[in-house]
Design a protein around this ligand. Structure first.
Ligand SMILES: [Cu+2]
Length: 146
């Protein structure tokens, strides 16, 4: 029996699709946290994400059931002025670690459904370019946390 080239090509495409959708488990998120929010307008989530897989993974956004909108932001100093800009996509190379931390990258939650207190756990998802999602739980720390 001969295996046709066309059959092989379809098999390879299926394999590539399977690898693409497997991107989410290759990302490891640690130390996801945020400060307690006195109000419900905005809050910033910080975390560390590492790509343990063999292919680059692109993060294109975020969402949380506790916020009406979520965006990836980057804080930048322009002169003495601290500004935030939206980050359209973040590409993590194989083996790369990306830190979201105060003064830099953060997930901005807009219009929280309720105020968050120290000790609360906040569910969110990172959205990947391949359509996958990565579930993250951010732990709320006291407002004074640096
Ligand atoms: Cu922001």
């Amino acid at each position: 029996m001969r295996i046709s080239a066309a059959y092989l090509a379809v098999g390879l495409l299926a394999l590539r699709a399977a690898l693409a959708s497997a991107a989410a488990p290759m990302l490891a998120v640690t130390d996801a946290w945020m400060r307690a929010t006195p109000g419900t307008e905005v809050a910033a989530v910080y975390l560390t994400v590492r790509n343990n897989g063999p292919v680059a993974v692109t993060i294109v956004g975020a969402r949380s059931p506790l916020a009406q909108a979520a965006m990836i932001h980057e804080t930048q100093l322009v002169g003495t002025q601290s500004t935030m800009r939206a980050s359209a996509q973040l590409i993590l190379a194989p083996g790369q670690t990306l830190r979201f931390a105060p003064g830099g990258l953060h997930v901005m939650l807009h219009r929280l459904t309720r105020a968050l207190a120290a000790g609360d756990a906040v569910p969110l998802e990172l959205l990947l370019k391949d359509g996958g999602t990565l579930a993250v739980t951010a732990h709320v720390r006291p407002l004074t946390q640096e």
